[in-house]
Design a protein around this ligand. Structure first.
Ligand code: SF4
Length: 396
């Protein structure tokens, strides 16, 4: 089992590595091996925070000093799939797959960015050709001015051979994707620019920039993770019985924290400092990190804003419309948000919260803090009314 398998446990090579190691998942579960606790954390964070990274730090598969054991990290993936199956909830499976995909694509992005400077990267990485080959897209995606890339893998473990990968420059290179793959991996609901009619379709290919290609790959990962889920498991027997207490814990957490009734008042003056700081950052045209952007979007959706309202609210910021639409659609369903913003403690770990005036004492998460602020305020004017951007939640 290589570190690269643990970074990308849904890769075919990772599945083969688990099979070749003749690991007994029932035995691991029965003995409560470290992979079981990591699997629980994987599912919990997927459902509540949209990531499967460990709270103790990201698993990057580095050398000595890496916080996580490769074996436990890799085996936590098949066990997490069992756990999420036992939750018996289709939205939970969807959200779990989306979180696995979001984490994987964040790692793809970082691996691809490192592609030009191999010496600066001690961890195992994949290159674009590896990723395309993994999803049978080698012949379906090519640089805009080149022919289909050949399979090239640096010394990353066991996924392939060595060779000269096409140089990669984030944000500049453009690609062409076969229209069939494009239609399968993208959606017009992501915004007008994704509609085929707004793309220069030629010779059966559609142009994409780097970020757009990664968005399409997110869908490919989601499909892979969802494949075969849920497992059919007899409740109260075997593995299901051994995992019962962990599944109960997850269900309790979800019922406590899911489906928050939106407060449905937008009063920026009353936002907690963490969110105000993030908004100010975007207004200075600074890009947010993924956890920052997730926290902000989860907060705005959590206070009852529709995707259109969030787009209007963030009109003069560094956040792009398509990214906002994608994230807000993912965060919301017809009952409101399924992802409350991360807790103050998590935001503090990410450096997003600086606990100004010690107000962690006031609430455990930004949404609760804001609700208290609104409840205590004498006169609250809704930003949407002031700016005439109120959009019915049915249509937003
Ligand atoms: S304590 Fe909580 S609400 Fe306050 S700034 Fe920090 S994360 Fe935000």
């Amino acid at each position: 089992m290589d570190a690269i398998h643990a970074r990308y446990p849904f890769f075919e090579a990772a599945r083969e590595a688990v099979a070749a190691a003749s690991v007994s998942l029932p035995e691991l579960i029965a003995t409560d091996a470290p992979a079981v606790e990591r699997a629980r954390e994987r599912v919990e964070r997927a459902l509540l925070e949209g990531t499967v990274k460990s709270e103790s730090g990201p698993f990057e598969g580095g050398g000595a000093g890496s916080a996580y054991d490769v074996r436990a990290e890799l085996l936590s993936y098949p066990i997490a799939r069992i756990l999420v199956s036992l939750l018996d909830s289709t939205p939970a499976i969807e959200k779990y797959a989306a979180a696995e995909a979001a984490t994987a694509v964040e790692r793809f992005r970082s691996d691809l960015a490192a592609d030009d400077d191999l010496r600066s990267v001690s961890r195992p990485t994949v290159d674009l050709d590896d990723v395309l080959a993994e999803f049978d897209l080698t012949g379906a995606v090519r640089p805009a001015n080149g022919s289909p890339t050949t399979s090239t893998v640096r010394s990353t473990g066991s996924t392939g051979s060595t060779g000269g990968s096409a140089a990669f420059t984030p944000g500049r290179d453009r690609y062409r994707m076969a229209v069939g793959a494009y239609l399968r991996l993208t959606s017009p609901s992501w915004g007008p620019s994704w509609r085929l009619v707004n793309r220069e379709l030629s010779d059966g290919e559609v142009p994409l920039d780097h970020d757009e290609l990664l968005e399409a790959l997110t869908v490919a990962v989601e499909e892979r993770v969802r494949e075969g889920l849920p497992f059919e498991l007899e409740a109260g027997e075997g593995i299901a019985a051994d995992l019962e207490s962990r599944v109960d814990d997850l269900k309790r957490l979800l019922s406590e924290r899911s489906y928050v009734d939106p407060i449905d008042v937008v009063a920026p003056d009353l936002f907690p400092p963490c969110m105000t700081n993030l908004i100010e950052k975007t207004e200075r045209d600074v890009d947010l990190t993924d956890p920052e952007s997730f926290a902000l979007m989860a907060f705005l959706v959590g206070i009852g804003m529709t995707p259109d309202e969030v787009v209007a609210f963030c009109a003069d910021t560094s956040l792009d419309v398509e990214g906002i639409r994608y994230q807000t659609a993912y965060l919301r369903d017809d009952r409101g948000t399924q992802y409350p913003p991360p807790t103050c403690e998590t935001l503090s770990n990410y450096g997003i919260c600086h606990n100004e005036e010690n107000h962690m004492q006031v609430a455990a998460d930004p949404l609760t803090y804001y609700e208290k602020q609104v409840a205590e305020a004498d006169d609250v004017t809704d930003w949407r009314e002031e700016h005439d951007v109120r959009v019915d939640s049915e249509t937003g």
